[in-house]
Design a protein around this ligand. Structure first.
Ligand code: NG6
Ligand code: CA
Length: 508
């Protein structure tokens, strides 16, 4: 058999020839050749558009992410499907809008799997195209069918929706169970110390953040006052599983090692790796190497830590000789938040840094900062460095990657925008529905329409404007990136046009 690198270079040359002859707007025909670079999603958690220096941050430096951004396509209009985690993860993996699935809401650690095992997914589609598929990091899409027994194989989960190998945390760093799970089995579990989990009641005799402040190394601000693990109070109650509990400050290194091992083990043939980092979600627990390095407190420090692990990961791809045969997509599941439930100086030490990069709102918000996130594609030697203002969404990866790899699979919601993702076209989607907590808005070209909703305009606990109003709101992002100037009353024509488009797309 031919050495892999030779095989890869032949594929690459064929691919380069085939795309260079193509008219940029002809996106319908599937790729003539089977082009199968490795595909890696690097997915951050709560990283804002303005949290990386490539997008203009001056108070924090993210050299490794910047290398991808400046050596690939840096999207200035890249979107997650939702302003919170679970729905966005549902969107990126299925190519389906999360508001079509009523279960796609922030899930507790005991929630059942919300992706049907019959559902088409990115890893399943790529598997059909001959890919090996793996996930390392945050899952947060539910596990099992309800009443999970954590002491047996937990299923269905990632392995049942397309990932051949999985090494995950079940939900979030602030939710129990605080253990890693490999292919459905809790890693390092001592059978004599079984795990019990409840999101309703505490287990007798177990300390909590609420009742035992003296045991805490990190204080809770709102929520997060149930079981204490490593001095940090969490959401939900947990008993047992001592030997299996993760060490928070090692989590970044731990997931990095798993991701590197995955690459080394699978480099001979095409693979898809979904590498879902936990930073800068709360609790922010930088490894001591990064403590104090940003001058911005733990939130800044874990962004530096995330940037470092990304650099190490890229180094591994390079050392293994596969960087030029790997398409990397880097993005974030939702926009930024400062105080998300713990006192960790995120607000106090922010200084002049603007995590949203001047966009309005943040995590949980229908204003732009909720979903408008860092978005980068990088493929050394194939993608030419460029800045793109095409509107692209994580939703579109499904159909676009299908197209790249010779599959005809697509979903109605996922637009085939391969040329935009490869930096060959500035044409993205015209319309995109944005979501938070099943409330939706429309981005259409330069415009944003937010329909009226009941509810509070501000989430006071996290101090974020949610974009909720009893009146229609209309903004022109080209002229008013910060959404300060509501044009609903002055541009009735645009309002009517977008309202009609919105209702058509929402099917109501
Ligand atoms: C919220 C949590 C918040 C965070 C979020 C999920 C409280 C009061 N707040 O309910 O801290 O965990 O859920 O974040 O519990 S996400 O990025 O996974 O969507
Ligand atoms: Ca998130």
């Amino acid at each position: 058999t031919k050495p892999t690198f030779l095989k890869c270079s032949i594929l690459m040359i064929t691919f380069a020839l085939s795309v260079s002859c193509k008219n940029e707007n002809k996106q319908e025909e599937p790729q003539k050749t089977d082009t199968k670079p490795n595909i890696v999603f690097i997915y951050l958690d709560d990283l804002g558009y303005g949290d990386i220096s490539a997008n203009g941050a001056t108070e924090i430096s993210t050299p490794n992410i910047d290398k991808l951004a400046n050596g690939g396509v840096r999207f200035t209009n890249g979107y997650a499907t939702s302003a919170t985690c679970t729905p966005s993860r549902f969107g990126i993996l299925t190519g389906i809008y999360p508001w079509r699935n009523k279960d796609a809401a922030i899930l507790p650690g005991t929630a059942p799997l919300i992706i049907s095992t019959e559902q088409k997914t990115v890893p399943k589609m790529l598997k059909q195209q001959g890919y090996q598929t793996g996930i390392v990091g945050k899952w947060h899409l539910g596990l099992g069918r309800g009443n999970v027994n954590w002491n047996e194989r937990v299923s269905p989960g990632p392995n049942e929706v397309g990932f051949e190998e999985s090494y995950i945390m079940a939900a979030t760093q602030d939710r129990v169970p605080t253990v890693y799970i490999r292919n459905g089995h809790v890693d390092g579990l001592d059978p004599n110390d079984p795990i019990e989990i409840s999101y309703k009641t505490n287990f007798e005799g177990q300390p909590t953040g609420k009742d035992n402040p003296e045991l805490l190394t990190m204080k809770w601000h709102h929520g997060h006052n149930n079981s204490i693990v490593n001095g940090i109070p969490r959401i939900g109650y947990m008993k047992g599983g001592e030997a299996a509990k993760w060490n928070d400050v090692d989590m970044a290194d731990h997931f990095l090692k798993e991701a590197q091992t995955y690459v080394k083990k699978h480099k001979e043939n095409p693979f898809f790796l979904y590498y879902a980092l936990q930073q800068p979600h709360v609790p922010r627990t930088p490894h001591p190497r990064f403590v104090g390095k940003s001058g911005m407190g733990p939130r800044g420090d874990v962004i530096l830590e995330a940037d470092w692990v990304i650099g190490e990961f890229i180094k591994t791809l390079n050392e293994e000789g596969i960087l030029e045969n790997t398409l990397i997509v880097l993005s974030s599941d939702n926009g930024p938040v400062l105080n998300d439930g713990y006192y960790d100086d995120a607000v106090e030490k922010l200084g002049n840094h603007t995590p949203s990069g001047g966009l309005r709102g943040g995590k949980y918000s229908l204003f732009d900062a909720g979903t408008h996130v860092p978005f980068i594609t990088y493929w050394k030697g194939t993608i030419e460095p460029t800045v793109s203002n095409a509107i692209v969404c994580q939703l579109d990866l499904f159909s676009s990657l299908a197209h790249l790899t010779g599959s005809t699979a697509k979903t109605n919601d996922s637009e085939q925008l391969l040329n935009a993702f490869l930096g060959k076209s500035n044409q993205g989607r015209k319309n995109l529905i944005l979501e938070t907590g099943q409330k939706t808005a429309l981005r259409s070209g330069d415009w944003v329409l937010i329909p009226p909703y009941e509810g509070k305009p501000i989430n006071k606990q996290v101090n974020i404007e949610l974009g909720i109003s009893s009146e229609y709101q209309l903004y022109n992002l080209k002229e008013d990136r910060a959404q300060k100037n509501d044009l609903a009353n002055t541009n009735k024509e645009k309002l009517a046009e977008l309202t009609a488009t919105y209702h058509k797309l929402r099917g109501k």
